[in-house]
Design a protein around this ligand. Structure first.
Ligand SMILES: [Zn+2]
Length: 121
């Protein structure tokens, strides 16, 4: 049974694999997180080598990954590296990124500073 946040990074890279193989007709790859077939992918890469990185996310649950070192398929459209970052950003939804290391669980990045009391002289 899947509960919230249960999809791991390997689950996502499997989905990425399926999406890459399915391009350009990639509609039937289910999201590893919610199971809905709403995955979106945007590539940014080098037009000469077809190497780059991508953002893969689900339009339904808004989880996703940003793998680097992706070989962009010939049929895929992508932004060249020198594209205005704002243009690239506008093509990518705001999603919660899943990281390879899964033990970063909570997003509260409060520093542990409770014990650091200033000494008064
Ligand atoms: Zn999803």
């Amino acid at each position: 049974m899947e509960t919230g946040g249960s999809a791991t990074y390997p689950d996502w890279t499997d989905a990425l694999d399926a999406v890459l193989k399915g391009l350009p007709d990639r509609r039937d790859v289910p999201c590893p997180h919610c199971g809905v077939r709403a995955l979106r992918i945007v590539f940014v890469g080098n037009p000469g080598t077809q190497l780059g990185y991508c953002s893969l996310w689900c339009d339904n649950c808004r989880y996703g990954i940003r793998p680097s070192r992706v070989l962009i398929p010939d049929e895929a459209e992508f932004f060249p590296f020198d594209t205005n970052p704002e243009v690239v950003a506008s093509a990518i939804a705001d999603f919660r990124e899943v990281y390879p290391d899964d033990d970063v669980d909570d997003e509260d990045e409060e520093e542990a500073e409770g014990e650091q009391e200033e000494q008064t002289r």
